[in-house]
Design a binder for this molecule. Structure first.
Ligand SMILES: Nc1ncnc2c1ncn2[C@@H]1O[C@H](COP(=O)(O)OP(=O)(O)OP(=O)(O)O)[C@@H](O)[C@H]1O
Length: 359
């Protein structure tokens, strides 16, 4: 039995249908990241689960119990929303302690509980500060600490690192999974940052135009994106995309040159497609094959990104480990091929991925 179950949930504000018949089941202790661009209804979804907003249609169940008539305070749900919602007249310590006090814990238990989450979230030095004395990032972490301290069965986190600076965000991305797993709560975590989603999630639910386009593990989403848009949202640099037509025997036309692709696509001859290849799946060599000119070489930490241009003018990005001994120089000529893992064909009309081996 899933811990949280959303069945055919829709939500409209007047004529604006924000969520359209979405379903999702999350197991106890699972971390599900709700990922999607701004304005896709991620916050609305969390508000429905928290009970501060009602669905237009559909059922929300927690532990198999329909939540329709259960008040927010009786749902055992902890929340940290973007707007912090801290009590302005309490210091950070008291803000975090509020849910523990509500559970009538002893002073020593409260002190220990607050200290533990505050240390992990690196706000232990500002516990005596009032919210107005905290930076936005510290406010956000105080709100997150409060949600974590109460160890609710279900934790709803709305982009909790949005206001955190880049360095801390990077550290938190590494530490939060452990923190969340320690809390043993089922977590719904909203973010627009794909790296955060990949780092934290057991599964990612990609929300677009009111629907879940794909719900799968981070690896599955990256390796087998359901649509061209999902492929575009995950990856840095983003996937290379070329609009083309499939030719004879698993080939495509790439700016006037015929290029072989994965043999598994042989059945798609004549189809209008978007060919997608991840930069790390563009393999470089110096033998016979498709030639390209190296236009630019950009080291980006542990990877080096190359801008390539074929004779016909198609531009592609390739990404290699910076430690690779064979990084070509700018203005040199290379031969390129496409690794089948990391190459995809998407239907040009619908954007859906063509399954390999099927027409
Ligand atoms: N109370 C409300 N009344 C009317 N429309 C609303 C209300 N709450 C949300 N909306 C609309 O619902 C849509 C989705 O909003 P939501 O805040 O859930 O997006 P989001 O995916 O969380 O975006 P972001 O990532 O920027 O926070 C928006 O078009 C918004 O205007």
């Amino acid at each position: 039995m899933p811990h949280l179950e959303l069945a055919s949930i829709s939500k409209s504000f007047k004529s604006n249908k924000v969520l359209d018949d979405i379903s999702l089941a999350a197991d106890a202790g699972e971390i599900v990241v709700i990922f999607g661009p701004s304005g896709t209804g991620k916050t609305v979804l969390l508000r429905l689960i928290a009970g501060v907003e009602e669905p237009t249609a559909g059922t929300i169940s927690i532990d198999d119990q329909d939540m329709a008539d259960v008040a927010p305070e009786h749902r055992d749900v902890g929340m940290a929303f973007q707007n912090f919602a801290l009590f302005p007249h309490f210091d950070a310590f008291e803000n975090i302690a509020t849910p523990l006090r509500a559970r009538a814990q002893s002073a020593a238990q409260i002190k220990e509980g607050v200290a533990r989450v505050a240390k992990l979230l690196k706000i232990d030095h500002v516990l005596s500060h009032a919210p107005r004395q905290l930076s936005n990032g510290q406010k956000q972490r105080t709100a997150l600490a409060r949600a974590l301290a109460s160890s609710p069965k279900l934790l709803l986190l709305d982009d909790p690192l949005r206001n955190v600076d880049a360095k801390l965000r990077f550290e938190m991305r590494l530490e939060l999974p452990r923190l969340l797993r320690e809390a043993k709560s089922t977590v719904l975590y909203v973010t627009q940052d794909y790296k955060e989603a990949m780092a934290l999630a057991d599964r990612i639910a990609v929300l677009a135009h009111g629907k879940f386009v794909q719900v799968a593990t981070p690896e599955e989403i990256y390796r087998h994106p359901a649509t061209v848009n999902v492929a575009r949202l995950f990856g840095d640099p983003t996937i290379n995309l070329v609009e083309t037509v499939v030719g004879e025997g698993a080939t495509i036309d790439l700016a006037g040159e015929t290029v072989e692709i994965d043999k598994a696509y042989a059945g798609l001859k004549g189809r209008s497609v978007t060919f997608g290849v991840r930069p790390e799946a563009v393999a470089l060599g110096d033998g016979a094959g498709l030639k390209a000119q190296v236009m630019a070489v950009t080291p980006l930490n542990e990877r080096t990104v190359l801008l390539l241009q074929t004779k016909g003018g198609a531009e592609l990005l390739a990404s290699l480990p910076s430690s690779s001994p064979a990084i070509p120089k700018a203005e040199s000529e290379v031969t390129i091929s496409f690794n089948p893992i990391g190459s995809h064909l998407f239907d040009r009309e619908t954007g859906a991925t063509h399954a390999k081996g099927r027409a």
